[in-house]
Design a protein around this ligand. Structure first.
Ligand code: NIG
Ligand code: FE
Length: 418
């Protein structure tokens, strides 16, 4: 039968620490619920049951198992697919030349101010057809799925004109329609100010009065995001834009505090954002605001790794009971990789997160940051069988430990091997 398979002798199934649709916070982030020496039965693409090997024939009468494909998972762990709640998957071309500029001493901000960076991506996107954008994004999506991503958020923000932003968002809509994994769409018209605007308020007016209404009219986005940071958008501008988004049904998110303490966390908390992302530059004020809110802090270690900036202080956030989530920030300028297994590894080595904290943050909590906690990030009976089977490994800590080489042997999507 299609999408029906029995996994046996699983060394450990990573079950969720909570069945409730809530994020895992603070010290609980290091909790685990591993069912050892287990079986997991997938029927018609869904998780039908799981249990101890010793209970297999009681739980699943032999008749059920006839003609069912089996995989012996001896030595292997089974995990839920990763959830990546922050990506810029749709872009026209890579920007490896900017990496070399940085290696020659220029900073990210200097490159951006001289017309590189996001404006460079916007120029190239302008010249690229919708079809081509879709095809290149689709290729990257397929490669992410093979690496274990089971749900993905994608932002616009390389358009920066009404037409080009809508073009990007239509590409994301088509990815949503055709993708085998759940996708959420975010409008990020406020990613940078195009250089043709002598007066920045003209571009902000365009976002508010034309882009957001048009995005909403075509139902092209779930969220509205703003790059609230030094050299990009101020907290006042961020608030204006996000408020207009809210008026049009777009839930706020903020790119906050990546390059400086930007005030982005304050705006995000004030407006009840779904998440505030990046958070490299944080002080007590931001941490305690987040601790008293329902906003998810999404950390993106790949950006600090690639830009060589100092990483977010995950330990302090966890000590302050925050529901830390992990995602990739996959984009051509600041993190040209969407590999979530590597994100988990970087979280351990750079952010000093413990392996179980990182796994919870890259599954349960990242799912909460893109409102798909009910369908992704957890192994529960009745859910789609979107799973990762590891190689035979001594412990789950081996996955972040053995960086640069994947510990994932097979990926299952809706009961089928990818
Ligand atoms: O999330 N920080 C803002 N935007 C992206 C980078 C975009 C780019 O450089 O292309 C980010 O890091
Ligand atoms: Fe980003």
């Amino acid at each position: 039968m299609l999408g029906t398979i029995l996994l046996i002798n699983v060394k450990g199934i990573w079950l969720p620490v909570t069945k409730e649709n809530i994020p895992v916070k603070g010290s609980k982030l290091n909790d685990s619920n591993i069912l050892s020496d287990a079986f997991l039965f997938v029927k018609n693409g869904k998780i039908e049951s799981f249990g101890k090997m010793s209970d297999l024939t009681d739980d699943l009468p032999l008749g059920t198992l006839e003609n069912t494909a089996q995989m012996d998972c001896g030595g292997r762990y089974v995990l839920p697919s990763f959830v990546d709640a922050h990506s810029h998957l749709v872009f026209a071309s890579w920007r490896e030349n900017e990496m070399e500029m940085r290696l020659n001493g220029k900073t990210y901000l200097e490159i951006a101010e001289s017309g590189g960076g996001i404006l460079n991506s916007a120029r190239r996107l302008e010249e690229t057809t919708e079809e081509h954008l879709f095809e290149s994004a689709w290729e990257r999506l397929e490669s992410l799925i093979k690496m274990g991503t089971g749900a993905l958020e994608i932002k616009s923000g390389y358009g920066l004109s009404l037409g080009a932003e809508l073009k990007m968002l239509r590409v994301i809509r088509r990815l949503k329609e055709e993708s085998p994994i759940p996708i959420k769409s975010t409008f990020l018209g406020a990613h940078a100010i195009p250089s043709i605007y002598k007066d920045r308020t003209d571009y902000i007016d365009l976002i508010i009065n034309q882009m957001i209404p048009a995005v909403s009219k075509e139902n092209l986005a779930d969220y509205c995001d703003v790059f609230c940071d030094k050299g990009f958008f101020t907290p006042e501008e961020t608030e204006l834009i996000l408020k207009q988004g809210i008026k049009y049904g777009l839930v706020p998110k903020v790119h906050a505090n990546e390059l400086a303490r930007s005030g982005g966390v304050q705006v995000g908390v004030k407006l009840g954002a779904k998440s505030v992302d990046h958070l490299e530059c944080m002080e007590e004020e931001e941490i305690s605001l987040l601790a008293n809110s329902n906003v998810i802090p999404v950390l993106l270690p790949g950006t600090a790794f690639f830009l060589g900036i100092h990483p977010p202080d995950a330990r302090r956030m966890i000590q302050n009971n925050l529901p830390v989530a992990l995602s990739s920030d996959y984009n051509p300028g600041t993190c040209p990789s969407g590999n979530m297994e590597f994100v988990v590894s970087m979280a351990c080595h750079m952010l000093k997160m413990k392996p179980f904290e990182a796994i919870n943050a890259a599954t349960i909590n990242s799912a909460m940051a893109m409102d798909c906690g009910e369908i992704a990030g957890k192994i529960l009976v009745g859910r789609n069988a979107n799973l990762l089977v590891t190689k035979p490994i001594p412990s789950l800590g081996f996955l972040p430990y053995h960086f640069g080489e994947s510990s994932i042997e097979r990926v299952m999507l809706n009961g089928h091997w990818v």
